[in-house]
Design a binder for this molecule. Structure first.
Ligand SMILES: Cc1cc2nc3c(=O)[nH]c(=O)nc-3n(C[C@H](O)[C@H](O)[C@H](O)COP(=O)(O)O)c2cc1C
Length: 415
């Protein structure tokens, strides 16, 4: 049976695609493997489509069959160009060296993204005359050993496969939060947390959580800061440019970024303290992390609701600012990645990193992630020593102070 692109666009099943029918149309008549594989789990087709949904061979609008075109798309050629331009891995000295433009996008005019980066530059302090020749940056996160006070904050769309992140983290003893849409096979004894986007179909979310528990995940991180997806203008612009270059109208809704297109239909926008936490507690024994708390009032409500931890986050400036982690005993600020140590001083148990793992993975695969963790280990240990801390326990609020230019001047005049 042959189908025209118009018929595909109108078909109810194509319209159910979480990424919208536009992306299906974009690849209609082409080999879509390179677009499909990076953002779908290997069993996505088996899990979501019945054999009867295999509609047949594609056809052009005149009814003739379309050959699968094996040529490169603009996206593929752009990736190839960028891969040739990347520096050798041994020249990567810090996390900024591996930044990839796509993942850097924030929402709207990116004020939150910039403020996320700036906010913690204002904190600084160094203590001297403290023995630090032996320095141990390891800690525990929800009771699980971690070699550094960081973990992987779930970020879907890991272009070279999130399993490379899992493997590198397993070897380095770093905990990974795996996204709802991704899959991971942990090394033996490697703890993984599961990131949950609750969807409107509560039974479907219940099934996903229970599967995660059976698979051995150690915690459920319910994302609460993305009930509506931010408008990632940078994503939209780059998509539009690419579509123009390709001379096609892909059918994308250009008022939303690509991820928004993936998500806007299914997410439950009615999360509430009254309904959602009791529901989650009733279906799992795993500790609950609320990912995306952004103010003290909600942090206190989270404590009242009895969740084990909160992650203060605005999706890295992609949805609406920073990150806070707590458990029933502690509340703590969590800072952007360069300020991991300052965050721990102010009470965080750990700092979640999202994009750095994606950058490292996209450019260099597992070796890139391992390199990035080496860089982080070096930076964190040097920072601790310079700050005067030999262990994570030594990182206390007294170790840092907020320094603003104006108050510093005022303070100096009083001296
Ligand atoms: C490309 C991309 C995809 C993401 N996908 C998810 C997701 O599926 N679920 C989620 O809870 N957070 C997601 N996030 C947010 C990250 O978990 C993290 O909160 C954010 O990137 C901030 O950390 P960073 O500044 O280190 O990147 C994503 C972030 C990026 C950049």
């Amino acid at each position: 049976m042959a189908w025209t692109t118009n018929e595909i666009a109108k078909h109810k099943d194509a319209r159910k695609h979480p990424g919208g029918p536009g992306i299906i149309l974009k690849y209609a008549g082409h080999d879509a493997t390179s677009a499909f594989v990076p953002i779908h789990s290997p069993d996505a087709i088996q899990r979501n489509l019945s054999p009867s949904q295999c509609l047949g061979r594609l056809a052009d609008t005149k009814g003739g069959e379309v050959d699968v075109q094996m040529g490169h798309t603009q996206d593929e050629m752009r990736v190839e160009r960028e891969m040739k331009r990347r520096p050798p891995l041994n020249q990567i000295l810090n996390l900024t060296d591996i930044e990839v433009p796509f993942y850097s996008a924030g929402t709207d005019d990116e004020v939150s993204l910039r403020e996320n980066r700036r906010a913690f530059d204002r904190f600084s302090s160094i203590r001297v005359m403290r023995p630090v020749s032996i320095c141990d940056p390891s800690t525990k996160i929800l009771g699980y050993h971690s070699s550094l006070p960081i973990f992987v904050s779930g970020a879907a769309q890991a272009i070279l496969g999130e399993l490379n992140i899992t493997r590198a983290c397993g070897k380095a003893n770093i905990i990974q939060m795996v996204c709802t849409t991704d899959s991971a096979a942990a090394l033996p004894s490697q703890p993984l947390f599961f990131q949950l986007y609750k969807v409107t179909d509560t039974a479907a979310s219940t099934k996903v959580v229970q599967e995660a528990e059976q698979l051995g995940y150690k915690a459920i991180a319910l994302t609460v800061d993305a009930v509506v997806v931010g408008n990632r203008e940078r994503d939209v612009k780059s998509l539009w440019v690419l579509e123009q270059q390709e001379g096609k109208n892909s059918g994308y809704d250009k008022s939303f970024g690509s991820s928004a297109v993936n998500r806007r239909n299914a997410f439950d926008s009615d999360l509430s303290w009254k309904e959602t936490i009791p529901w989650l507690r009733s279906i799992t024994k795993l500790p609950i992390i609320l990912k995306g708390i952004q103010c003290v009032e909600d942090a206190m409500l989270a404590v009242e609701a009895g969740v084990e931890a909160i992650l203060v986050s605005n999706h890295g400036g992609m949805c609406i600012l920073m990150v806070w982690l707590s458990n029933s005993k502690d509340l703590g600020l969590m800072f952007p990645r360069r300020d991991v140590i300052k965050a721990v001083c102010l009470g965080s148990k750990a700092v979640g990193l999202g994009r750095p793992f994606l950058y490292a993975l996209s450019a260099y695969g597992e070796a890139g992630v391992t390199k990035m963790l080496d860089v982080l280990h070096r930076e964190i240990t040097i920072s601790m020593r310079l700050l005067g801390a030999a262990s994570i326990r030594d990182l206390t609020p007294e170790m840092v102070e907020r320094v603003d230019w104006e108050p510093v001047r005022q303070r100096n005049t009083k001296l």
